[in-house]
Ligand binder design. Structure first.
Ligand SMILES: [Mn+2]
Length: 315
């Protein structure tokens, strides 16, 4: 049984490094904090290393300051959470962990660990970890429940995506029973935009356009407007989810582009598998309802390319 392999590997090591993908989201932050608590409760040394910082809206999570941009040293076993392949961690220094634990829910996970717990039906890596804790009757404190709840809340788009189901809601009820303040998490995650972020978002909204008989909506963010508004890239986070809010739209696109490169975040209401669409672009991938890809072309050329892929998927 795979979980026994995990426990054996944990037993065999005393020092651990936890990491996740670039551009931390709620699932990567919450899962790392919960797993760090678990390893520490077993008396292990834990260092959490991420190349990118914790987004401000997740800083309220207890111990989020333990997530540091300080590369690890010495000997350790590496725990990679919510990350489909090691390249996505963005580490620049070479590293040779004694072993790798890989816990994830992305379909394109490359099974790069010595132990691979990859549950593609899970809504979040936080779901995999929550289920493990509950099944194993591990008593975890309220702040860990809250981290796991934030992980699931954000990866289900606030319980709106098609990965929201009775299993997830029951799990979150358990996390609420263990002391999660659901309203507090909601306020921090969804109601704490800076004015600068809202100004940026108003500019992004103004680019809204519809394509392919109204089945596709697109919002654009040329990276040049960040400097113009003094805004940060992360201030646009969450905008991709708003692209599918229009009636009749099946696929929503948030396009972020420089003069030479165009990144597309794809969202689906459930009928179209946007993970499949993203995979048709080299390096692209993701889930059926949320995925992304980058085309190394200016937006004017990359847009017709992605639309032609979507058109085939819609028909
Ligand atoms: Mn995730």
């Amino acid at each position: 049984m795979i979980w026994n392999e995990l426990l054996n590997l944990i037993n065999d090591h005393s020092s651990f490094v936890i990491s996740s993908h670039l551009s931390l989201d709620g699932d990567s932050v919450g899962s790392q904090l919960a797993f760090s608590w678990y390893l520490q409760s077993l008396g292990k040394q834990v260092h959490i290393y991420n190349v990118d910082p914790v987004p401000a809206k997740f800083a309220f999570l207890q111990n989020s300051s333990q997530i540091k941009a300080i590369p690890p040293q010495g000997e350790y076993a590496l725990v990679v959470l919510d990350c489909s392949n090691p390249g996505r961690m963005g580490w620049t220094s070479s590293y040779t962990p004694r072993a790798i634990i890989n816990i994830d829910h992305h379909r394109d996970n490359t099974r790069f660990g010595n132990v691979n717990i990859v549950e593609t039906s899970a809504a979040a890596t936080g779901e995999i970890i929550s289920s493990f804790f509950l099944r194993s009757k591990i008593e975890f404190p309220a702040d860990v429940a809250e981290a796991l709840y934030a992980a699931i809340l954000t990866d289900t788009g606030g319980f709106r995506f098609s990965n929201t189901n009775s299993r997830i809601l029951r799990l979150c009820a358990d996390l609420a029973d263990r002391g999660t303040d659901c309203a507090k998490v909601y306020e921090n995650v969804y109601c704490s935009h800076s004015r600068r972020a809202l100004m940026l978002q108003s500019r992004i909204w103004s680019t809204l356009s519809f394509h392919l008989d109204g089945k596709v909506s697109i919002m654009e963010m040329p990276l040049s407007i960040l400097d113009e508004l003094g805004a940060h890239y992360s201030d646009s986070e969450g905008m991709a989810d708003t692209t599918i809010t229009a009636e009749g739209v099946e696929v929503g696109i948030m396009a972020k582009y420089s003069d030479t490169e165009s990144h597309f975040s794809l969202r689906s209401k459930g009928r179209v598998d946007v993970g499949k669409i993203a995979q048709k672009v080299p390096g692209g991938g993701g889930h059926s309802s949320a995925a992304g890809c980058t085309i190394k072309q200016p937006f004017s050329l990359a847009l017709p390319h992605i639309l032609s892929i979507i058109e085939k998927e819609l028909s």
